[in-house]
Design a protein around this ligand. Structure first.
Ligand SMILES: C[S@@+](CC[C@H](N)C(=O)[O-])C[C@H]1O[C@@H](n2cnc3c(N)ncnc32)[C@H](O)[C@@H]1O
Length: 236
């Protein structure tokens, strides 16, 4: 790896050029170079966030304002923990329960379950860990990519649909749901469910989400409660 005084890198840092190493593939060299020169990665390191993804939630919240009043939050796909850190920083009294297939280092005020969200036992385990019904469900879950774009897309949409179902079954009235989806149109069913159950449903791509990635977020606010599914609907 070598530093050069060239342009790029953001925030005035040096642009880092990564030399190919014998045991590193071209694609992982490219990944490493992108990480080292990504201004959000640098910012996350400087500001103590565990992931650059933290800034996606910060930017979504700046636009939609769902964090300030959140008191009981479920974080689906919590690891390494950036989103939960953001929740706790925005609202230090918020209780959080998170779940991931992968281990997540402890975060103060956050109950962490290391299990598959698709497991039948996961919803009850999350509610028990939280100690109450949530007023915000956030999901940054992404299926492990297999390299086939349509398959990756469908698997991530499957996770988002299950997350939406969990939100609809458990949120308190007025609650909100934020989830990662992929641009590409196969999420009609998800949108139908959300439009039936929330007052407003919008899509957004925060600046921290890489331009080349099909990733997008859906933000559903004003949960109508389980008895009242009619009323205004808006979608962008
Ligand atoms: C993009 S990362 C989340 C990053 C996190 N929001 C942050 O800011 O640190 C997506 C996570 O979803 C998790 N995930 C994918 N499928 C899952 C499943 N079925 N159950 C639980 N977690 C899952 C992955 O293990 C991965 O850690």
């Amino acid at each position: 790896m070598s530093g050069s005084g060239g342009k790029g890198g953001g925030r005035g840092g040096l642009h880092v050029r990564v030399k190919t190493a014998k045991r590193r593939s071209v694609s992982s060299t490219r990944w490493l170079q992108r990480q080292l020169n990504d201004p959000y990665v640098r910012r996350a390191q400087a500001e103590g966030y565990r992931s650059r993804a933290a800034y996606k939630l910060i930017e979504l919240d700046e636009k939609f304002g769902f964090l300030k009043k959140a008191r009981a939050v479920v974080d689906l796909g919590i690891t390494p923990g950036g989103w939960s850190q953001v929740v706790r920083k925005a609202n230090p009294r918020a209780r959080v329960a998170g779940i991931d297939l992968l281990h997540c280092e402890p975060i103060e005020g956050v109950e962490i379950l290391e299990m598959d969200f698709m497991d039948d036992a996961a919803p009850d385990a999350l509610i028990e860990a939280l100690g109450s019904a949530p007023d915000l469900v956030i999901s940054d879950m992404a299926a492990n990519t297999v390299g086939h774009q349509q398959t990756d897309h469908l698997r991530t949409i499957g996770l988002a649909e299950t997350a939406a179902d969990f939100a609809v079954q458990n949120l308190v009235p007025g609650g909100a749901f934020v989830a990662k989806v992929f641009a590409g149109g196969a999420d009609r069913e998800l949108l139908t469910v959300l439009k039936q159950n929330f007052t407003t449903v919008k899509h957004a791509k925060p600046p921290a989400s890489r331009k080349g990635s099909p990733e997008l977020y859906v933000i559903a606010q004003g949960f109508k409660g389980r008895g009242d599914r009619q009323g205004d609907q808006s979608i962008e």
